[in-house]
Design a protein around this ligand. Structure first.
Ligand code: PMT
Length: 698
């Protein structure tokens, strides 16, 4: 993730300056390019020589190079960098940054910086807690900077409290997470409504509200920074468009906002409706200014259309709708009602009862409420609140995140969360260490190798098991094993995990010596164990991706096929016996054979349109699974000896029984027919559920 990233590190005069050296080393290790800029006083704490040696670049401190008279351009640095980190950041530098006091190269660089800035404060606890420091930090937050909160612990003063600069490893993690999110909306089109609406009474008067548009504009900026195409439908506000890539449509009334939103929504992946839309408008608008009569007057109001509810009705599969609820009382209850009524995926509740929240402030305090529960956030700047909301939305748009992220990624595994077992029945005690090392080596190989160019969040890693059953082992290091590989993925909106791949490989042979390093090159295989592991890693990822996107796993399944082809020379029957029905070569060959394309497509239909949708619409989900079963049958008919349809049923049969024991008899009978045609041995299990089937569903 940090490979090739250009990072400016600003170092200030704090005892924690030594940590800057560790930070530079860690970033260089991750492949980043680092330019250090020091304040004059920081040189009292760490030498420029140390930092220039570690970063491989001369450290910049002065505006001019005293020898050559050359000017150090903070403007160029501001354009060059992908990020700036000020670590450690003293109270003095924080104050200068907050107030634009540009009396050293670090602060001028900060003021010229076009890239995101991260600030890691380091100071004594009282200095950190002082209202002036806190207010400077708040100002910096408000400008969109990222404050990396200091940790609590023993300080240089020997006092204990909050003020210790965050550890360099954690700062690198923050940066990593930031860049990970950086493109998480690439290729997505997001509609955002913001600001108030004005409902005209006459040419000079209107009904409006206090919305400033700040919250909605912060959301638009955040989505655009993450690579989304943003359409911002803005009511009357006096704010500049926060990002050049945003398409802004200015509107005045609720009716205008409705039209612009309904027009834009069909091409959008998501909409975030943050505008405070007037629920009512005057039934008529006087043509001329209404004159004062001295009497009271009544204005008849009529209802405006509800934009959120209209989009909720139109929302198609895969589109996401986010609403806001501004409440004064019974917040959660009212928000939940709106969530359901407007068919939202989640709703952001803010309450006028919370100080600093709601209209016009630079801050907000929100809770995100969805079917899954409620997440409460503390008072933050609206820019930070926008980050929280957009991160939440990004998670919902997960498939795109996984398929569309760029390949400039950290060389660290993220994809698999593999549990490995290796039986020890055949091991003599003297060799138990070999088995231990082998198990650790396999686990590390699977989990730490980077298998794809995509990025997986920690919770998105694919859970899988590799269970080796050692049939024979000889102390010269040769093993024969069978291996059961299984992968699962969670079903959306439930706690249930569905199997996406399960296969028992009965013929694996390999040799392993203590301290062997498991490593491989897929075009030049020289080791059967790593070839087998890489093959199944790609199979698992490919199957998972096929279940997430239509034919989404091609890239990784082709890699598995490539390994299978290249491994023909490795001298193991499991690779070569391509003619037999159920060896590992046959499965990948079958799967990638054009005739089995319906099987690949069914993975998507079955999981995304079937299982994932069931939590919302049980019969719709069951119908999609039924359609996917027809695809399985078609694949089987087209190539009836293909092993794959049978393999699929082997691990899906229980799930199917469960699903169709609750559907209509007609559906159950049709699925039963498909299943038993492909694998007659499964007929008994289907006969059993026939008896307890609910006839009312017919
Ligand atoms: O703009 P700021 O000054 O930064 O303030 C931000 C905010 C307080 C306006 C914002 O955080 C917020 O809460 N926006 C929604 C305000 C609101 O109108 O809430 P509501 O509970 O009345 O509406 C519920 C949802 O339905 C909202 O998503 C709203 O956009 C939508 N709605 C309401 C009425 C209508 N006719 N059409 C709609 O789409």
């Amino acid at each position: 993730m940090l490979k090739g990233k250009k990072i400016v590190i600003g170092v200030t005069g704090s005892i924690a300056a030594y940590k800057a050296a560790i930070l530079v080393r860690l970033l260089i290790k991750q492949g980043a390019e680092v330019q250090v800029v020091m304040t004059p006083s920081s040189k009292e704490f760490i030498t420029p020589l140390t930092l220039s040696t570690l970063s491989g670049r001369p450290v910049l401190c002065d505006f001019f190079n005293s020898g050559s008279g050359e000017w150090h351009s903070h403007v160029e640095l501001g354009l060059w960098a992908d990020a700036m980190i000020v670590a450690p950041a003293t109270a003095a530098t924080i104050g200068k940054m907050a107030n634009g006091i540009a009396d050293n190269l670090l602060v001028t660089t900060y003021l010229s910086m076009k890239a995101p800035v991260f600030i890691a404060p380091a100071m004594d606890l009282d200095m950190f807690a002082h209202p002036s420091t806190q207010s400077n930090l708040q100002v910096l937050r408000g400008y969109g900077n990222h404050i990396i909160e200091p940790a609590a612990g023993e300080l240089a003063s020997h006092l204990c409290g909050k003020g210790r600069m965050e550890e360099p490893e954690n700062i690198v993690q923050v940066l990593h997470d930031f860049f990970l999110a950086g493109n998480s909306l690439a290729g997505k089109h997001i509609l955002i409504t913001a600001g108030p609406t004005y409902e005209k009474i006459d040419p000079v008067r209107f009904i409006g509200n206090y919305s400033s548009g700040k919250m909605g504009f912060a959301l638009a900026g955040e989505c655009a920074r993450r690579g989304a195409d943003v359409t911002l439908v803005a009511g009357p506000v006096s704010l500049a468009t926060p990002h050049p890539a945003i398409k802004r449509i200015d509107v005045e009334s609720a009716e205008d906002m409705y039209k612009a939103s309904v027009d834009a929504f069909p091409s959008c992946d998501a909409a975030i409706l943050c505008a405070a839309v007037a629920d009512y408008r005057p039934a008529t608008c006087a043509e001329k200014k209404i004159k004062r009569t001295g009497e009271g007057m009544t204005i008849e109001l009529e209802a405006n259309k509800d934009i959120a509810a209209a989009l909720g009705k139109e929302k198609r599969e895969g589109q996401h709708l986010v609403g806001f609820a501004l409440e004064t009382n019974d917040g959660e209850l009212n928000a939940r009602e709106k969530l359901a009524k407007k068919n939202l995926d989640f709703i952001v509740l803010n309450s006028l009862a919370d100080e600093g929240a709601g209209f016009a402030h630079d801050t907000n305090k929100v809770s995100i409420i969805s079917q899954e529960g409620i997440t409460e956030y503390p008072l933050k700047s609206k820019l930070e609140v926008a980050r929280d909301i957009v991160s939440y939305l990004s998670r919902l748009l997960l498939i795109a995140v996984m398929l569309l992220l760029p390949s400039s990624l950290m060389a660290m595994g993220e994809e698999l969360n593999a549990q490995v077992t290796l039986n020890r029945d055949k091991v003599q005690s003297a060799d138990s260490e070999v088995f231990e090392q082998l198990k650790d080596g396999i686990t590390q190989f699977l989990n730490e190798r980077k298998w794809t160019a995509s990025t997986y969040e920690e919770e998105e890693r694919i859970n899988c098991t590799f269970n080796f059953v050692v049939e024979s082992y000889s102390p010269d290091g040769s093993f024969t094993c069978s291996l059961m590989v299984q992968a699962t993925r969670p079903v959306y909106g439930s706690t249930y995990n569905t199997t996406t791949f399960k296969y028992e490989d009965k013929a694996i042979t390999f040799s392993y010596q203590p301290y062997d390093r498991l490593d491989f090159n897929e075009d030049n295989l020289d080791n059967n164990l790593t070839a087998v592991l890489a093959f199944y890693a790609y199979m698992i990822i490919g199957f998972d991706m096929d279940s997430m996107g239509d034919l989404g796993g091609s890239e990784w399944l082709n890699k598995a096929l490539n390994i299978a082809n290249n491994a023909q020379t490795l001298g193991d029957a499991g690779w070569r016996a391509a003619s037999s029905e159920n060896n590992r070569y046959a499965i990948i060959n079958d799967y990638m054979n054009g005739a089995l394309e319906p099987v690949r497509k069914l993975m998507y239909k079955y999981h995304r349109f079937g299982l994932d949708m069931m939590y919302k619409n049980v019969s719709g989900g069951r119908k999609a699974i039924f359609d996917s079963m027809k695809m399985l049958k078609q694949a089987y008919d087209d190539r009836s000896l293909a092993y794959f349809p049978k393999l699929f049923l082997e691990y899906k049969n229980d799930e199917l029984l469960n699903i169709y024991s609750q559907g209509s008899i007609k559906e159950r009978m049709e699925v039963q027919k498909i299943v038993t045609t492909i694998d007659a041995s499964l007929s008994t299990s289907w006969e059993k559920i026939a008896d307890n089937h609910d006839d009312n569903q017919l």
